[in-house]
Design a protein around this ligand. Structure first.
Ligand SMILES: *[C@@H]1O[C@H](CO)[C@@H](O)[C@H](O)[C@H]1NC(C)=O
Length: 264
C-alpha cells in the first residue's frame, strides 16, 4: 500500500518534471547578452522576478502560451530582472510582471488581462496595432537607453559590493557608506581631472600664447622706437646744422629735401 503510494508519487514527480522541462524549453530565456534576439521576428516577452507572486501566478499560463507560440511562429520569452538589471532599466520596467510585444524592433507594452486567450488574441487578431509603440526616444535599443541600462547595472554592482562588504567583511552599514562616500569623492576628483585635461586638449589655452607674442611685439616696437629716437636725435643734430646752413643759404637743396620728407 505504502509502496504503491510512493511509486505513484515518484511517477507524479517525474511527469511534473517532464512537463516542467518541456515548458522551460518553450519559453526562451533572455538576458543582457542575448536580448537583442527579440529585435527580429515577433515576440512576447515577460519581465519577471523570482520573488514576485503575480509572476509565479502567471508562470503556468506563460508556459502554455509559449507552447502555443511555437506552433504559431511567435517567440515567447522571459527576462529575469534580478539577473538582468540592465534590461529592466532599458525597458523602464516599473511593475512586475511586465509584458512587451516586439515586432521588427517596435516595442509595445501589453496591458490586457493575463490569460492565455487574451495573449493569443492580442497576437492573432493583431490587437497590438491599437497600442502605441514605445516612442523612439525611450526605445530599448536606443543609445540613451543603453546608458540608462549601464547605470542600472552599475547600481546593482554597487549594491552587491555593499552587501559583500557588510556580510563577508563584517563592516557595519555606516562603514560601507563611508567607503562609498570616499570612493565617490575620489572618483569625482579623478573624473574632474580627466574632464579638465580633455577640455584642455580640445580647446588648447590660447590666451597665454597671445600675451607672450604681444609682449614680444611690444618689446620689438620698443626697440624700434629706441632706434628711431636715436635717429631723431641724429636728425635733430643734422637739422640744427642745416638750419644754420640755410640761414646763410635759404635755397639750400638740403632744406627742400627735408620738407618733402616731413610731408611723407
Ligand atoms: C541567452 O542566454 C541565456 C544564459 O546563457 C540562455 O539560457 C538562453 O538560452 C539564451 N537565449 C537565447 C535566445 O540564446
Amino acid at each position: 500500500m505504502a509502496r504503491g503510494a510512493v511509486t505513484c508519487l515518484i511517477i507524479f514527480v517525474v511527469i511534473c518534471g517532464f512537463l516542467n522541462v518541456k515548458g522551460q524549453k518553450d519559453i526562451i530565456l533572455l538576458n543582457e547578452d542575448n536580448w537583442t534576439d527579440m529585435l527580429k521576428d515577433e515576440w512576447m516577452v515577460e519581465f519577471y522576478a523570482p520573488w514576485c507572486p503575480a509572476c509565479k501566478g502567471l508562470q503556468d499560463t506563460w508556459k502554455q502560451f509559449a507552447a502555443w507560440g511555437i506552433d504559431m511562429g511567435i517567440k515567447v520569452g522571459q527576462v529575469d530582472v534580478t539577473a538582468s538589471p540592465g534590461l529592466s532599466g532599458r525597458f523602464m520596467v516599473t511593475a512586475l510582471p511586465t509584458i512587451f510585444h516586439v515586432l521588427n524592433g517596435e516595442f509595445r507594452q501589453y496591458k490586457g488581462s493575463r490569460d492565455k486567450e487574451s495573449f493569443m488574441s492580442f497576437v492573432v487578431e493583431k490587437k497590438w496595432q491599437q497600442v502605441e509603440p514605445v516612442p523612439y526616444w525611450k526605445s530599448p535599443n536606443s543609445v540613451q537607453m543603453s546608458i540608462v541600462s549601464t547605470f542600472f547595472k552599475l547600481s546593482q554592482t554597487l549594491r552587491l559590493i555593499h552587501t559583500k562588504l557588510m556580510e563577508d567583511f563584517g563592516l557595519p552599514t555606516w562603514g560601507s557608506y563611508l567607503i562609498f562616500a570616499i570612493a565617490t569623492i575620489i572618483l569625482g576628483a579623478l573624473l574632474g581631472l580627466v574632464l579638465v585635461c580633455l577640455i584642455d586638449l580640445i580647446y588648447p589655452p590660447k590666451q597665454p600664447i597671445i600675451i607672450t607674442t604681444e609682449k614680444r611685439k611690444l618689446k620689438e616696437s620698443d626697440d624700434e622706437l629706441g632706434d628711431e629716437d636715436i635717429k631723431d636725435d641724429l636728425l635733430d643734430d643734422a637739422e640744427v646744422s642745416d638750419q644754420e646752413k640755410s640761414k646763410s643759404n635759404p635755397s639750400s637743396p638740403n632744406a627742400r629735401k627735408r620738407k618733402s620728407r616731413r610731408a611723407d
